[in-house]
Design a protein around this ligand. Structure first.
Ligand code: AMP
Ligand code: MN
Ligand code: ZN
Length: 924
């Protein structure tokens, strides 16, 4: 090679070197700059689940997909038929360990952490008739949690399956778990069953749950610790439950604990089965049924296997947590001065927290504790240092009482994404949805700061970001399992119907001698203050002292109830996250009470959660039937009328009411009539006949004309409503044989709340061409419209939440608004009974059992006077108490509450004060 060439090559090489050095520098700088903007901790921190290649439950808002054995319906449990077969005919395993149980746990066990060992284990298990199982979970550094260890014990050996190492191939175990000929013994399998589904699509078929056996035997305790001590003489320390089960190698004490949880189960199961067999039970033929209790324990166990794992879905991400944080805070601390800002910030932070937890696969608790959310929303720190200090302080307080597994604070999620806080805490973006989209884009979008993973990529799918939109669109291809839908429906129900702010403000009114008269809401205080009848004596929560001498003191009258502060929780179960008002005395009676007996609303309107509401409501409906037969006053109208005759079924005349064979409620009647008028000619003949039967019932079975249908529309309405209805429909009731009104005409004309709702409900029913929505007429007909709305039952009966139900929901929201005492002022107290009575005439027609209610009350007053009504109230309180066994009724609440209270000079119930009383200044 010539020198020239050598120089050329050398030059080229050095040029390349320079260029590459410059480039490398540039890239390094760029990387550095990028990292400074937002360096997600996940880029340097390794978490075990990042190695999983197969993740069944991701952190997206999409529902969980269960194992599909064939092409059959996806909502079903894949082994439903096998489990149901076991429920009918249990496969009994009477000898779990043949007494060759090694009571002293040996030193040896098998640590299963590779594929061949797992295969060997399957080999062993498939030859067993029974084996014991337990699982350990990790939940702090994972959004949905994951199984960190499975302990399996046979009669001869303890196996510890490293489910982190084997995560992706755990499916090898599916067949033995689903094999109905192999019995699996768990203790308290409820959670294990669904955790195994969530992580590995492992479905347990043929379960013996020692906790269920304890239930059947009515054991004093059902904990594993108790069983271990009584049957095996060993003690455990359940605090290990909370250890970090991701650790590898597992510390020896944790290995010991884990083995113990499964090792003795077969022996314990044997002991329990022996006891179950000793329990005597005679069958229907009077013969002793030796296996009755064994079967029962078996049945209860296998029923557990039918559970399906579902992801919790909520209409708006993070918002159920936000609501519970808010209500807990208001309960404990009263409302802060900047209440609406506080609530807004909590909602934003919870929305952010939910998304960040999903994105980074961390628990909510790890990302940002509830305490930290509250502290941030209260203090609204603006600098990074202040934000961190606020969080640490909030968590340090909490940490002193919680276990060692709580995170270091602020969490790495917060620390590496501090730049999110300015827009979370400052009021730049108003909409939760916008925040959500922004966070998503910023962190997970094309140039996002955080790594993609199997857990979070699903979040990017557009349709997955807004759960509430998806809930109503089954047509878009989302198939919700029944349970998810039920949960989502319930969630929506809670959102729509529960009280939006705390009901009890717990303001106080003192007499001029300083004695407490009652607790009440703010409006009532203002009423007195504005009239110079009281002076403010305390600020937070506010209290006033009356400047006049009130009539009597509650304590002296045995009305202690009124001087108790009241908690904003369900009186039944103590649920504080949501609650709605429940009227213990059904409105259909109460609105007909004489005025002076109505003045004790706060005693007989209580807060309950939807579940307790459901129970109370259905008990009340049942009891109404009892009242109906006892008094001989039917719940439903039943009338024979001539089609020419204008009739009035407002309930004043007893002759209109007939007892006996199946009357029809005004609502049912009107609903049916409206449907026939609107869709009669087009509806399926079967459905048409059914609806005609409903109307015929009212007309005593005779054939009905179109005019009868028109008349039926007005049944149960007040004169005013009738007029309005006629005007809207442009009807002359006496006109004969008209054409069916067109849809459009009715659409634009149905102004009456009741009619439009029943109408729409049926309309949808018919347009579906299906008969499946029978609930709907009932839904509107169960007296729930202005009384105690119990839509949830009807709601959840419709397993799939479709648009048609959405409209029903909205309708009923509207109709609840028509109850002025409920919606408008957010408190039980403010609307006076007189105000309610003013709207009563229009409400009357909305009450399914209006005429019945009036007649019952008239009868009571006539026969027994005030005491009759008081005794009647007591019966309803008794019904309520028996229905839900309330544990959180305010002190002083009493079934025999007399309701006797005299009215003072200035009481808003004093007839002399009636006229100028504002609707908002109520008095109990
Ligand atoms: P065990 O059924 O006792 O084996 O518990 C199984 C798993 O449930 C544990 O690994 C924990 O993740 C979880 N767990 C059970 N009870 C608790 C508890 N009281 N606190 C926290 N985690 C628990
Ligand atoms: Mn365990
Ligand atoms: Zn990140």
């Amino acid at each position: 090679m010539e020198n020239k060439d050598k120089i050329k090559i050398a030059f080229t090489i050095s040029c390349l070197a320079v260029v590459s050095i410059v480039l490398a520098n540039k890239i390094r700088k760029h990387r550095k700059r990028k990292q400074n903007i937002s360096s997600c901790y996940l880029k340097s921190e390794a978490k075990p689940q990042q190695n999983f290649k197969r993740v069944l439950a991701s952190n997206s808002y999409a529902p969980f997909k269960h194992l599909k054995l064939d092409d059959s319906s996806s909502d079903l449990h894949p082994y439903e038929s096998e489990i149901k077969a076991l429920l009918e005919k249990p496969q009994l395993e009477f000898e779990f360990c043949n007494a060759i149980m090694d009571m002293d746990m040996s030193d040896t066990y098998v640590w299963v952490d590779d594929e061949s060992k797992l295969e060997e284990l399957v080999e062993v298990l498939s030859k067993e008739r029974v084996f014991a199982v337990d699982t350990e979970q990790h939940s702090l550094r994972s959004f949905l949690g994951f199984t960190a260890l499975i302990q399996i014990s046979t009669r001869k050996e303890d196996y510890l399956v490293d489910t982190i190492a084997l995560h992706d191939i755990m499916g090898i175990l599916c067949p033995v778990f689903a094999n109905p000929n192999i019995c699996k013994v768990f203790h308290g399998a409820d959670n294990d069953i669904i955790w195994l589904q969530r992580d590995f699509h492992i479905y347990v078929v043929n379960l013996f749950d020692t906790a269920k056996a304890c239930d059947v035997l009515s054991k004093p305790q059902r904990s594993l610790a108790y069983l271990l001590e009584t049957y095996c003489g060993v003690t455990t320390n359940k605090l290990y439950q909370r250890e970090d089960w991701r650790q590898r190698p597992l510390p020896t004490d944790m290995v010991e604990y884990a083995r113990m949880d499964a090792h003795y189960l077969l022996y314990i199961a044997d002991c329990l089965v022996a006891e179950l067999k000793r329990q005597k039970n005679e069958n229907s033929a009077g013969l002793e049924d030796k296996f009755y209790f064994v079967f029962e324990a078996n049945r209860r166990s296998n029923a557990l296997c039918l559970q399906l794992y579902t992801k919790e879905l909520e209409a708006s991400p993070g918002q159920s947590a936000a609501s519970s944080i808010i209500s807990r805070h208001l309960n404990d601390h009263g409302s802060p001065t900047n209440n609406s800002q506080f609530q807004d910030l909590v909602r934003r932070l919870c929305s952010w927290r939910d998304l960040m937890a999903r994105m980074h696969d961390e628990s909510l608790k790890y990302v940002l504790s509830d305490n930290a959310v509250v502290a941030l929303a209260e203090k609204v720190p603006s600098t990074a240092t202040d934000i961190c200090t606020t969080i640490s302080q909030a968590d340090i307080e909490m940490d002193s009482v919680s276990s060692n597994s709580s995170p270091r604070f602020p969490s790495s999620v917060v620390l590496s994404h501090l730049d999110d806080f300015p827009y979370l805490l400052q009021d730049e973006i108003n909409n939760l949805d916008d925040i959500f989209q922004l966070v998503l884009k910023k962190h997970l979008g094309p140039n996002g700061s955080c790594p993609f993973s199997l857990y979070n990529y699903g979040l990017l799918s557009k349709s997955n970001t807004k759960a509430s939109k998806r809930l109503v669109s089954k047509k878009n291809g989302y198939n919700f399992t029944k349970k998810v839908t039920r949960k989502a429906s319930r969630e929506l129900f809670v959102q729509k119907f529960s009280c939006k702010s705390p009901v009890y403000h717990n303001c106080r009114i003192y007499a001029n001698d300083g004695r407490l008269l009652c607790y009440c809401d703010r409006r009532k205080l203002e009423w007195y203050l504005q009239r110079d009848l009281a002076k403010l004596v305390d600020e937070d929560p506010p209290a006033i002292m009356l400047l006049f001498e009130p009539k009597g003191r509650p304590e002296d009258e045995g009305n202690d109830f009124y001087i108790q502060s009241k908690k904003n929780i369900c009186v039944g179960c103590g649920e504080g996250n949501h609650y709605l008002r429940y009227r213990i005395i059904p409105s259909c009676y109460r609105i007909h009470f004489p005025e002076h007996l109505k003045s004790h609303r706060s005693h007989d309107i209580v807060l309950v959660c939807v579940d307790c509401h459901e129970k109370a409501h259905s008990a009340a409906e049942k009891y109404k039937k009892k009242v109906a037969s006892e008094f001989g006053i039917p719940l439903f109208v039943h009338k024979v009328v001539n089609s020419n005759e204008e009739h009035d079924v407002s309930g004043s005349s007893t002759s209109l009411m007939k007892l006996g064979d199946g009357g029809v409620s005004p609502l049912e009647l009107r609903t049916a009539a409206m449907a026939l008028l609107r869709h009669g000619p087009r509806m399926p003949p079967g459905r048409r006949e059914e609806l005609k039967e409903v109307v015929k019932k009212y007309y005593g079975g005779r054939d009905i004309s179109e005019e009868d249908l028109e008349n039926a529309l007005l049944v149960g309405m007040s004169p005013h409503e009738k007029r309005r209805m006629r005007k809207k429909r442009g009807l002359s009731l006496n006109s004969s044989s008209r054409n069916f009104v067109s849809d459009k005409e009715v659409e634009s004309s149905n102004g009456g709340v009741q009619l439009s709702s029943s109408n729409k409900a049926l309309n949808i029913d018919i347009e579906d061409g299906s008969d499946a929505s029978k609930e709907e007429p009932n839904l509107v007909a169960t007296d729930n419209i202005s009384d105690t709305p119990s839509l949830y039952s009807a709601f959840s009966k419709n397993e799939i939440y479709e648009p048609k139900n959405a409209s029903i929901l909205d309708l009923n929201v509207d109709s609840e608004i028509t109850d002025p005492s409920v919606k408008q002022n957010g408190s039980i107290h403010p609307s006076s009974d007189s105000a309610i009575f003013a709207t009563c005439s229009s409400k009357l027609s909305l009450l399914g059992h209006g005429p019945h209610g009036k007649q019952v009350v008239d009868f009571l007053m006539k026969e027994h006077g005030d005491d009759g009504v008081r005794e009647f109230c007591q019966r309803w309180r008794q019904v309520f108490v028996e229905a839900i066994h309330p544990r959180f009724l305010p002190a002083g609440w009493d079934v025999t509450h007399s309701g006797r209270r005299e009215f003072g000079e200035f009481s808003v119930y004093n007839p002399a004060n009636k006229a100028p009383t504002p609707a908002t200044a109520a008095k109990d």
